[in-house]
Write a protein that binds this ligand. Structure first.
Ligand code: HEC
Length: 142
């Protein structure tokens, strides 16, 4: 093999290598940019979700606010949270988290009761927390 042929071979190899590399990179570059973007979006979303979950978990009810918001509820559940109608439950002294869960279940349509639904359907999570804190703080035996 002459020196020239050898040099040509080496050159050819280099060229084909760089073409494959360029080809690979050519594909990889936009893909990795998209991947990076997706990763950033994912991390951001996770961060956001955990912030929301955290805010919900730590939402604290204010019994005084709850009392003010319970004006309508008292028509059925009693002013002191003790119902006089056998078909309407007493809420006084009930567990706070249970009340939050049930009021939200009515509000979100998971628990159905046509008499309850209209009174809770527009409550915010803070309203629910306040109402629950209010009823949980009342004595079941006034
Ligand atoms: C028209 C009467 C009426 C009004 C007004 C009303 N409720 Fe009720 N509530 C009911 C009835 C009836 C039930 C029982 C539903 C059932 O049988 O599943 C109930 C059930 C509940 C429960 C579930 C209790 C349990 O032990 O599971 C909660 C909590 C509650 N109401 C909260 C409220 C709050 C807070 C308001 C005001 C925003 C309100 N209710 C307004 C009639 C009413």
């Amino acid at each position: 093999m002459t020196k020239r042929t050898w040099e040509n071979l080496v050159l050819q190899r280099k060229v084909s290598q760089s073409i494959t590399q360029a080809g690979t990179l050519g594909w990889f570059r936009p893909l990795s940019v998209i991947g990076l973007l997706l990763a950033v979006i994912l991390v951001f979303r996770l961060e956001l979700d955990s912030t929301v979950a955290h805010a919900q978990a730590t939402l604290k009810g204010d019994p005084a606010q709850g009392k003010a918001k319970a004006a309508l509820c008292s028509a059925c559940h009693g002013v002191a949270g003790v119902s006089i109608n056998p078909l309407w439950p007493s809420l006084a002294g009930q567990q706070e988290q249970y009340l939050v869960k049930q009021i939200k279940a009515f509000r979100d349509g998971e628990r159905e009761e046509i008499t309850m639904q209209p009174f809770v359907e527009n409550l915010s999570d803070q309203d629910v927390a306040d109402l629950a804190a209010f009823y949980a703080g009342l004595s079941p035996c006034p």
